[in-house]
Design a protein around this ligand. Sequence first.
Ligand code: BES
Ligand code: ZN
Length: 463
Amino acid sequence: MSQVDKVLERADRNFEASLKRLFELIRIKSISTDPDYKDDCRTAANWMAKELSEIGIPSEVRDTTGHPMVVGHRTGENTSGPHVLFYGHYDVQPVDPIDLWHADPFDPQIVEREDGSKMIVARGANDDKGQLMTIVEAARAWIEETGDLPLPFSVMLEGEEESGSPSLEPFLDENKEELSVDLALVCDTSMWDKTTPAISVMLRGLVGEEITLRGPDKDLHSGMYGGAARNPLHVLSDMIAGLRDETGRVTLPGFYEGVVETPDTVKKMWENLKFSEEEFLGGIGLKTAGGEKDRTTLEQVWTRPTCDVNGLWGGYTGEGFKTVIPSEAHAKVSFRLVGDQDPEKVRQSFHDYLKSKTPEDFELVLHPHGGDRALRMDFDSPVLLKGQKALQDEWGKEAALVGCGGSIPIVGSFKRILNMDSLLIGFGLDEDQIHSPNEKYELNSYYRGIRSWIRVFHELSKG
Ligand code: BES
Ligand code: ZN
Protein backbone atom coordinates (compact mmCIF):
# COMPACT_ATOMS: atom_id res chain seq x y z
CA MET A 1 0.00 0.00 0.00
CA SER A 2 1.37 3.44 -0.91
CA GLN A 3 2.23 5.93 1.79
CA VAL A 4 -0.61 8.28 0.87
CA ASP A 5 -3.09 5.39 1.01
CA LYS A 6 -1.88 4.56 4.49
CA VAL A 7 -2.39 8.18 5.55
CA LEU A 8 -5.89 8.15 4.04
CA GLU A 9 -6.68 5.00 5.96
CA ARG A 10 -5.44 6.62 9.14
CA ALA A 11 -7.75 9.59 8.53
CA ASP A 12 -10.66 7.21 8.05
CA ARG A 13 -9.90 5.47 11.32
CA ASN A 14 -9.64 8.90 13.00
CA PHE A 15 -12.86 10.24 11.55
CA GLU A 16 -15.16 9.81 14.57
CA ALA A 17 -12.57 11.54 16.76
CA SER A 18 -12.07 14.25 14.11
CA LEU A 19 -15.75 14.97 14.30
CA LYS A 20 -15.65 15.19 18.09
CA ARG A 21 -12.80 17.70 17.86
CA LEU A 22 -14.72 19.83 15.37
CA PHE A 23 -17.72 19.82 17.72
CA GLU A 24 -15.52 20.98 20.57
CA LEU A 25 -14.32 23.92 18.50
CA ILE A 26 -17.84 24.79 17.35
CA ARG A 27 -19.05 24.92 20.97
CA ILE A 28 -16.78 27.92 21.59
CA LYS A 29 -18.84 31.03 20.81
CA SER A 30 -16.16 32.97 18.93
CA ILE A 31 -18.30 35.76 17.45
CA SER A 32 -15.65 38.32 16.56
CA THR A 33 -17.83 41.33 15.86
CA ASP A 34 -19.55 41.34 19.28
CA PRO A 35 -17.39 42.55 22.21
CA ASP A 36 -19.43 40.33 24.57
CA TYR A 37 -17.66 37.33 23.02
CA LYS A 38 -14.11 38.63 23.27
CA ASP A 39 -13.08 35.98 25.81
CA ASP A 40 -14.63 33.24 23.71
CA CYS A 41 -12.49 34.36 20.76
CA ARG A 42 -9.39 33.95 22.90
CA THR A 43 -10.63 30.58 24.11
CA ALA A 44 -10.97 29.47 20.47
CA ALA A 45 -7.44 30.73 19.70
CA ASN A 46 -6.06 28.85 22.73
CA TRP A 47 -7.92 25.74 21.68
CA MET A 48 -6.49 25.91 18.17
CA ALA A 49 -2.90 26.50 19.38
CA LYS A 50 -3.14 23.59 21.81
CA GLU A 51 -4.64 21.31 19.19
CA LEU A 52 -1.99 22.13 16.57
CA SER A 53 0.84 21.81 19.09
CA GLU A 54 -0.43 18.41 20.23
CA ILE A 55 -0.52 17.19 16.66
CA GLY A 56 3.12 18.21 16.27
CA ILE A 57 2.86 21.68 14.77
CA PRO A 58 4.21 23.90 17.58
CA SER A 59 1.85 26.89 17.65
CA GLU A 60 1.23 29.89 19.83
CA VAL A 61 -1.40 32.55 20.39
CA ARG A 62 -0.11 35.97 19.35
CA ASP A 63 -1.74 39.13 20.58
CA THR A 64 -2.89 41.83 18.19
CA THR A 65 -4.79 45.04 18.87
CA GLY A 66 -7.96 42.96 18.33
CA HIS A 67 -8.54 39.21 18.58
CA PRO A 68 -5.38 37.10 18.66
CA MET A 69 -3.77 35.19 15.82
CA VAL A 70 -2.59 31.60 16.05
CA VAL A 71 0.77 30.97 14.38
CA GLY A 72 2.72 27.74 14.12
CA HIS A 73 5.44 26.06 12.12
CA ARG A 74 6.69 22.59 11.39
CA THR A 75 9.55 22.31 8.96
CA GLY A 76 10.53 18.66 9.31
CA GLU A 77 13.70 17.04 8.00
CA ASN A 78 12.24 14.87 5.28
CA THR A 79 9.97 17.36 3.61
CA SER A 80 9.99 18.48 0.00
CA GLY A 81 8.01 20.80 -2.23
CA PRO A 82 6.88 24.33 -1.47
CA HIS A 83 6.69 25.69 2.08
CA VAL A 84 2.96 26.24 2.61
CA LEU A 85 1.14 28.58 4.97
CA PHE A 86 -2.27 27.30 5.91
CA TYR A 87 -4.77 30.08 6.62
CA GLY A 88 -8.23 29.81 8.16
CA HIS A 89 -10.39 31.82 10.54
CA TYR A 90 -11.61 30.60 13.92
CA ASP A 91 -14.15 33.42 14.34
CA VAL A 92 -17.79 33.17 13.27
CA GLN A 93 -20.70 35.43 12.39
CA PRO A 94 -23.38 36.41 14.95
CA VAL A 95 -26.32 34.02 15.18
CA ASP A 96 -29.27 36.40 14.88
CA PRO A 97 -32.11 35.98 14.10
CA ILE A 98 -31.87 33.29 16.77
CA ASP A 99 -35.59 32.35 16.53
CA LEU A 100 -35.04 30.86 13.09
CA TRP A 101 -32.55 28.25 14.30
CA HIS A 102 -33.96 24.75 14.81
CA ALA A 103 -31.46 24.14 17.63
CA ASP A 104 -28.86 26.01 19.67
CA PRO A 105 -26.36 27.34 17.06
CA PHE A 106 -23.43 26.42 19.31
CA ASP A 107 -24.63 22.90 20.05
CA PRO A 108 -23.72 21.09 16.81
CA GLN A 109 -26.22 18.51 15.56
CA ILE A 110 -25.85 15.75 13.02
CA VAL A 111 -29.03 15.75 10.97
CA GLU A 112 -29.80 12.76 8.75
CA ARG A 113 -31.89 13.18 5.62
CA GLU A 114 -34.28 10.60 4.18
CA ASP A 115 -31.68 9.52 1.62
CA GLY A 116 -29.24 8.71 4.44
CA SER A 117 -26.93 11.67 3.80
CA LYS A 118 -25.92 13.64 6.88
CA MET A 119 -25.06 17.21 7.70
CA ILE A 120 -23.54 19.07 10.63
CA VAL A 121 -25.76 22.00 11.65
CA ALA A 122 -24.22 24.81 13.72
CA ARG A 123 -22.76 28.30 13.46
CA GLY A 124 -19.29 27.83 11.97
CA ALA A 125 -20.02 24.24 10.86
CA ASN A 126 -18.85 25.41 7.44
CA ASP A 127 -17.54 28.99 7.77
CA ASP A 128 -14.86 28.45 8.75
CA LYS A 129 -14.45 25.94 11.57
CA GLY A 130 -15.51 22.87 9.56
CA GLN A 131 -13.39 23.95 6.64
CA LEU A 132 -10.26 24.78 8.63
CA MET A 133 -10.44 21.53 10.57
CA THR A 134 -10.24 19.60 7.26
CA ILE A 135 -6.63 20.83 6.95
CA VAL A 136 -5.84 20.31 10.63
CA GLU A 137 -7.10 16.73 10.54
CA ALA A 138 -5.24 16.04 7.28
CA ALA A 139 -2.03 17.23 8.95
CA ARG A 140 -2.76 15.06 11.99
CA ALA A 141 -3.20 11.94 9.86
CA TRP A 142 0.10 12.59 8.04
CA ILE A 143 2.07 13.07 11.24
CA GLU A 144 0.44 10.17 13.07
CA GLU A 145 1.01 7.77 10.19
CA THR A 146 4.44 8.81 8.90
CA GLY A 147 5.94 10.79 11.77
CA ASP A 148 6.04 13.95 9.68
CA LEU A 149 4.31 16.19 7.20
CA PRO A 150 5.39 15.70 3.59
CA LEU A 151 6.09 19.41 3.07
CA PRO A 152 7.32 22.37 5.13
CA PHE A 153 4.25 23.70 6.88
CA SER A 154 3.24 26.88 8.65
CA VAL A 155 -0.13 27.97 9.91
CA MET A 156 -1.80 31.29 10.60
CA LEU A 157 -5.35 31.40 11.93
CA GLU A 158 -7.22 34.65 12.23
CA GLY A 159 -9.98 35.67 14.65
CA GLU A 160 -11.31 38.76 12.88
CA GLU A 161 -12.18 37.61 9.36
CA GLU A 162 -15.90 38.08 9.90
CA SER A 163 -15.41 41.59 11.25
CA GLY A 164 -13.23 43.21 8.63
CA SER A 165 -9.78 41.94 9.74
CA PRO A 166 -8.58 45.23 11.26
CA SER A 167 -5.43 43.69 12.80
CA LEU A 168 -4.45 41.65 9.81
CA GLU A 169 -2.32 43.97 7.69
CA PRO A 170 -0.29 45.33 10.62
CA PHE A 171 0.30 41.73 11.71
CA LEU A 172 1.47 40.67 8.26
CA ASP A 173 3.72 43.74 8.07
CA GLU A 174 5.29 43.01 11.44
CA ASN A 175 5.80 39.32 10.75
CA LYS A 176 6.64 39.51 7.09
CA GLU A 177 9.80 37.49 7.28
CA GLU A 178 8.30 34.72 9.36
CA LEU A 179 5.16 34.37 7.25
CA SER A 180 6.48 34.86 3.71
CA VAL A 181 6.70 31.32 2.43
CA ASP A 182 5.98 29.81 -0.98
CA LEU A 183 2.24 29.33 -1.08
CA ALA A 184 -0.86 29.94 1.04
CA LEU A 185 -3.50 27.21 1.35
CA VAL A 186 -6.91 28.71 2.04
CA CYS A 187 -9.92 26.56 2.94
CA ASP A 188 -12.84 29.01 2.97
CA THR A 189 -14.59 28.53 -0.39
CA SER A 190 -17.15 26.23 -2.03
CA MET A 191 -17.41 23.15 -4.22
CA TRP A 192 -19.23 23.41 -7.53
CA ASP A 193 -21.91 20.99 -6.32
CA LYS A 194 -22.24 18.06 -3.92
CA THR A 195 -20.15 15.75 -6.06
CA THR A 196 -17.88 18.14 -7.97
CA PRO A 197 -14.88 19.64 -6.19
CA ALA A 198 -13.68 23.09 -7.15
CA ILE A 199 -10.75 25.45 -6.98
CA SER A 200 -11.71 29.13 -6.84
CA VAL A 201 -9.73 31.15 -9.34
CA MET A 202 -11.51 34.48 -8.91
CA LEU A 203 -12.62 36.41 -5.85
CA ARG A 204 -14.63 39.59 -5.88
CA GLY A 205 -13.34 42.66 -4.07
CA LEU A 206 -15.39 44.75 -1.66
CA VAL A 207 -16.04 48.37 -0.74
CA GLY A 208 -18.27 49.09 2.24
CA GLU A 209 -19.61 52.38 3.50
CA GLU A 210 -21.89 53.39 6.36
CA ILE A 211 -23.97 56.49 5.79
CA THR A 212 -25.67 58.78 8.28
CA LEU A 213 -27.80 61.57 6.95
CA ARG A 214 -28.90 64.29 9.39
CA GLY A 215 -31.73 66.66 8.55
CA PRO A 216 -33.97 68.43 11.08
CA ASP A 217 -32.22 68.89 14.42
CA LYS A 218 -34.86 66.79 16.21
CA ASP A 219 -37.54 64.19 15.43
CA LEU A 220 -40.69 66.00 14.30
CA HIS A 221 -44.46 65.55 14.26
CA SER A 222 -45.24 64.69 10.63
CA GLY A 223 -48.57 66.52 10.88
CA MET A 224 -47.04 69.77 12.02
CA TYR A 225 -43.99 69.72 9.77
CA GLY A 226 -44.78 67.15 7.04
CA GLY A 227 -44.49 68.77 3.60
CA ALA A 228 -42.18 71.55 4.72
CA ALA A 229 -39.49 69.59 6.52
CA ARG A 230 -37.48 67.41 4.15
CA ASN A 231 -37.45 63.84 5.47
CA PRO A 232 -33.96 62.28 5.76
CA LEU A 233 -35.38 58.82 5.04
CA HIS A 234 -36.83 60.08 1.75
CA VAL A 235 -33.59 61.75 0.77
CA LEU A 236 -31.57 58.64 1.62
CA SER A 237 -34.03 56.40 -0.25
CA ASP A 238 -33.71 58.61 -3.33
CA MET A 239 -29.93 58.41 -3.10
CA ILE A 240 -30.04 54.63 -2.92
CA ALA A 241 -32.66 54.27 -5.64
CA GLY A 242 -30.45 56.30 -7.97
CA LEU A 243 -27.50 53.94 -7.59
CA ARG A 244 -28.84 51.47 -10.17
CA ASP A 245 -30.67 52.05 -13.43
CA GLU A 246 -33.55 50.02 -14.85
CA THR A 247 -31.15 47.59 -16.58
CA GLY A 248 -29.47 46.75 -13.27
CA ARG A 249 -26.28 48.71 -14.00
CA VAL A 250 -24.63 50.80 -11.30
CA THR A 251 -24.88 54.47 -12.24
CA LEU A 252 -21.82 55.90 -10.42
CA PRO A 253 -19.53 57.73 -12.86
CA GLY A 254 -16.43 55.65 -13.64
CA PHE A 255 -17.76 52.62 -11.77
CA TYR A 256 -17.11 50.16 -14.63
CA GLU A 257 -13.53 51.36 -15.16
CA GLY A 258 -11.28 48.32 -14.80
CA VAL A 259 -14.06 45.76 -15.21
CA VAL A 260 -12.72 43.12 -17.59
CA GLU A 261 -14.67 40.74 -19.77
CA THR A 262 -14.25 37.06 -18.95
CA PRO A 263 -12.07 35.37 -21.60
CA ASP A 264 -14.04 33.14 -24.00
CA THR A 265 -12.05 30.09 -22.93
CA VAL A 266 -13.20 30.57 -19.36
CA LYS A 267 -16.80 31.21 -20.44
CA LYS A 268 -16.69 27.94 -22.43
CA MET A 269 -15.36 26.08 -19.42
CA TRP A 270 -18.20 27.46 -17.30
CA GLU A 271 -20.81 26.57 -19.90
CA ASN A 272 -19.77 22.96 -19.41
CA LEU A 273 -20.62 23.23 -15.72
CA LYS A 274 -24.30 23.28 -16.70
CA PHE A 275 -25.33 25.89 -14.17
CA SER A 276 -29.05 25.79 -13.42
CA GLU A 277 -30.43 29.25 -12.81
CA GLU A 278 -33.71 27.69 -11.75
CA GLU A 279 -32.09 25.59 -9.04
CA PHE A 280 -29.81 28.38 -7.85
CA LEU A 281 -32.61 30.91 -7.50
CA GLY A 282 -35.14 28.27 -6.44
CA GLY A 283 -32.86 27.41 -3.53
CA ILE A 284 -33.45 30.90 -2.10
CA GLY A 285 -37.15 31.13 -2.94
CA LEU A 286 -36.75 33.28 -6.08
CA LYS A 287 -37.49 32.91 -9.77
CA THR A 288 -35.76 35.72 -11.63
CA ALA A 289 -32.27 37.18 -11.32
CA GLY A 290 -32.14 40.84 -10.32
CA GLY A 291 -28.74 41.96 -11.65
CA GLU A 292 -27.70 43.37 -15.02
CA LYS A 293 -30.29 42.26 -17.54
CA ASP A 294 -27.82 41.36 -20.30
CA ARG A 295 -25.75 39.08 -18.06
CA THR A 296 -26.30 35.46 -17.10
CA THR A 297 -26.95 34.66 -13.45
CA LEU A 298 -23.53 33.05 -13.12
CA GLU A 299 -21.88 36.20 -14.50
CA GLN A 300 -23.93 38.28 -12.08
CA VAL A 301 -22.44 36.49 -9.09
CA TRP A 302 -18.93 35.70 -10.33
CA THR A 303 -17.68 38.25 -12.81
CA ARG A 304 -19.81 41.38 -12.57
CA PRO A 305 -19.59 44.14 -9.98
CA THR A 306 -22.60 44.92 -7.80
CA CYS A 307 -24.08 47.40 -5.39
CA ASP A 308 -26.07 46.14 -2.41
CA VAL A 309 -27.83 47.80 0.48
CA ASN A 310 -26.95 45.72 3.55
CA GLY A 311 -28.91 47.78 6.03
CA LEU A 312 -31.32 50.70 5.96
CA TRP A 313 -32.95 52.21 9.01
CA GLY A 314 -34.30 55.26 10.77
CA GLY A 315 -37.50 56.64 12.25
CA TYR A 316 -39.88 54.56 14.27
CA THR A 317 -39.52 50.81 13.75
CA GLY A 318 -41.05 49.50 16.98
CA GLU A 319 -44.50 48.01 17.60
CA GLY A 320 -47.48 50.10 16.55
CA PHE A 321 -47.20 53.35 14.67
CA LYS A 322 -45.73 56.78 15.17
CA THR A 323 -46.22 59.75 12.84
CA VAL A 324 -42.67 60.97 12.96
CA ILE A 325 -40.27 62.71 10.62
CA PRO A 326 -36.95 61.37 11.87
CA SER A 327 -33.98 63.59 12.36
CA GLU A 328 -31.61 60.96 10.97
CA ALA A 329 -31.50 58.21 8.37
CA HIS A 330 -28.90 55.44 8.08
CA ALA A 331 -27.68 52.93 5.56
CA LYS A 332 -24.89 50.42 5.04
CA VAL A 333 -24.01 49.93 1.40
CA SER A 334 -21.44 47.66 -0.21
CA PHE A 335 -20.03 47.18 -3.68
CA ARG A 336 -18.52 43.91 -4.91
CA LEU A 337 -15.67 44.58 -7.31
CA VAL A 338 -14.17 42.59 -10.18
CA GLY A 339 -11.16 42.81 -12.52
CA ASP A 340 -9.02 45.88 -11.87
CA GLN A 341 -11.67 48.13 -10.32
CA ASP A 342 -9.96 50.43 -7.83
CA PRO A 343 -11.69 50.37 -4.40
CA GLU A 344 -10.63 53.90 -3.56
CA LYS A 345 -11.88 55.32 -6.86
CA VAL A 346 -15.21 53.57 -6.38
CA ARG A 347 -15.45 54.95 -2.87
CA GLN A 348 -14.60 58.45 -4.07
CA SER A 349 -17.20 58.31 -6.82
CA PHE A 350 -19.77 57.10 -4.26
CA HIS A 351 -18.89 59.94 -1.87
CA ASP A 352 -19.14 62.51 -4.68
CA TYR A 353 -22.54 61.16 -5.67
CA LEU A 354 -23.86 61.24 -2.09
CA LYS A 355 -22.57 64.76 -1.54
CA SER A 356 -24.17 65.97 -4.77
CA LYS A 357 -27.55 64.65 -3.53
CA THR A 358 -27.30 66.05 0.01
CA PRO A 359 -29.51 69.14 0.58
CA GLU A 360 -27.45 72.12 1.73
CA ASP A 361 -29.04 72.26 5.18
CA PHE A 362 -28.45 68.51 5.77
CA GLU A 363 -25.31 66.86 7.13
CA LEU A 364 -23.79 63.76 5.54
CA VAL A 365 -21.53 61.59 7.72
CA LEU A 366 -19.60 58.80 6.02
CA HIS A 367 -17.82 55.91 7.67
CA PRO A 368 -15.75 53.60 5.45
CA HIS A 369 -15.70 49.83 6.04
CA GLY A 370 -12.90 48.00 4.23
CA GLY A 371 -11.81 48.18 0.63
CA ASP A 372 -10.30 45.31 -1.26
CA ARG A 373 -9.53 44.65 -4.89
CA ALA A 374 -10.81 41.63 -6.76
CA LEU A 375 -8.39 38.81 -7.47
CA ARG A 376 -7.77 36.48 -10.33
CA MET A 377 -5.42 33.49 -10.14
CA ASP A 378 -3.08 32.38 -12.86
CA PHE A 379 -4.96 29.64 -14.76
CA ASP A 380 -1.74 27.94 -15.91
CA SER A 381 -0.09 27.76 -12.51
CA PRO A 382 1.48 24.33 -11.81
CA VAL A 383 0.07 24.53 -8.29
CA LEU A 384 -3.44 24.67 -9.72
CA LEU A 385 -2.77 21.51 -11.74
CA LYS A 386 -1.51 19.68 -8.65
CA GLY A 387 -4.60 20.77 -6.74
CA GLN A 388 -6.79 19.52 -9.55
CA LYS A 389 -5.01 16.17 -9.69
CA ALA A 390 -5.43 15.67 -5.93
CA LEU A 391 -9.14 16.55 -6.05
CA GLN A 392 -9.74 14.35 -9.06
CA ASP A 393 -8.12 11.41 -7.23
CA GLU A 394 -10.40 11.90 -4.23
CA TRP A 395 -13.72 12.76 -5.87
CA GLY A 396 -13.30 10.76 -9.10
CA LYS A 397 -14.32 13.83 -11.03
CA GLU A 398 -12.45 16.73 -12.59
CA ALA A 399 -12.24 19.74 -10.28
CA ALA A 400 -14.02 22.80 -11.66
CA LEU A 401 -12.18 26.12 -11.80
CA VAL A 402 -14.81 28.50 -10.50
CA GLY A 403 -15.40 32.11 -9.60
CA CYS A 404 -16.36 33.11 -6.08
CA GLY A 405 -18.76 35.96 -5.50
CA GLY A 406 -17.57 36.41 -1.93
CA SER A 407 -14.43 38.14 -0.74
CA ILE A 408 -11.50 36.83 1.28
CA PRO A 409 -9.46 39.97 1.84
CA ILE A 410 -6.41 38.13 3.14
CA VAL A 411 -5.74 36.59 -0.23
CA GLY A 412 -5.02 40.09 -1.59
CA SER A 413 -2.94 40.97 1.47
CA PHE A 414 -0.86 37.80 1.06
CA LYS A 415 -0.04 38.85 -2.47
CA ARG A 416 0.57 42.51 -1.75
CA ILE A 417 2.45 42.28 1.55
CA LEU A 418 4.07 38.84 1.41
CA ASN A 419 4.18 38.44 -2.39
CA MET A 420 2.58 35.03 -1.93
CA ASP A 421 -0.01 33.26 -4.11
CA SER A 422 -2.89 31.31 -2.64
CA LEU A 423 -4.53 28.02 -3.53
CA LEU A 424 -8.24 28.27 -2.72
CA ILE A 425 -9.87 24.92 -2.13
CA GLY A 426 -12.99 24.49 -0.04
CA PHE A 427 -15.76 21.98 0.47
CA GLY A 428 -18.73 24.22 1.28
CA LEU A 429 -21.90 24.24 -0.81
CA ASP A 430 -23.96 27.26 -1.89
CA GLU A 431 -26.85 25.79 0.09
CA ASP A 432 -24.88 25.75 3.36
CA GLN A 433 -26.45 28.97 4.63
CA ILE A 434 -23.20 30.49 5.86
CA HIS A 435 -23.86 33.68 7.86
CA SER A 436 -27.56 32.62 8.10
CA PRO A 437 -29.63 30.57 10.56
CA ASN A 438 -29.10 26.80 10.43
CA GLU A 439 -25.69 27.00 8.81
CA LYS A 440 -24.55 23.49 7.90
CA TYR A 441 -21.67 21.50 6.47
CA GLU A 442 -22.14 18.19 4.74
CA LEU A 443 -20.64 15.33 6.74
CA ASN A 444 -19.25 14.22 3.40
CA SER A 445 -17.58 17.61 2.91
CA TYR A 446 -15.81 17.15 6.21
CA TYR A 447 -14.86 13.54 5.48
CA ARG A 448 -13.71 14.03 1.90
CA GLY A 449 -12.28 17.46 2.70
CA ILE A 450 -9.82 15.87 5.12
CA ARG A 451 -8.94 13.20 2.55
CA SER A 452 -8.58 15.82 -0.20
CA TRP A 453 -6.03 17.85 1.76
CA ILE A 454 -4.04 14.69 2.49
CA ARG A 455 -3.79 14.24 -1.26
CA VAL A 456 -3.05 17.93 -1.93
CA PHE A 457 -0.13 17.84 0.54
CA HIS A 458 1.11 14.71 -1.24
CA GLU A 459 0.85 16.22 -4.75
CA LEU A 460 2.53 19.46 -3.71
CA SER A 461 5.38 17.62 -1.96
CA LYS A 462 6.29 15.90 -5.23
CA GLY A 463 7.88 19.27 -6.12
N1 BES B 1 -16.15 32.27 3.59
C1 BES B 1 -16.56 33.59 3.18
C2 BES B 1 -16.23 33.88 1.73
C3 BES B 1 -17.08 33.09 0.79
C4 BES B 1 -18.36 33.54 0.54
C5 BES B 1 -16.65 31.94 0.18
C6 BES B 1 -19.18 32.83 -0.31
C7 BES B 1 -17.46 31.21 -0.64
C8 BES B 1 -18.75 31.67 -0.90
C9 BES B 1 -15.91 34.62 4.07
O1 BES B 1 -15.87 34.24 5.42
C10 BES B 1 -16.77 35.90 4.03
O2 BES B 1 -17.91 35.85 4.35
N2 BES B 1 -16.18 37.00 3.62
C11 BES B 1 -16.80 38.29 3.67
C12 BES B 1 -15.69 39.31 3.67
C13 BES B 1 -16.05 40.64 4.24
C14 BES B 1 -16.58 40.57 5.65
C15 BES B 1 -14.83 41.55 4.18
C16 BES B 1 -17.72 38.52 2.47
O3 BES B 1 -17.49 38.00 1.37
O4 BES B 1 -18.71 39.22 2.65
ZN1 ZN C 1 -15.27 32.50 5.91
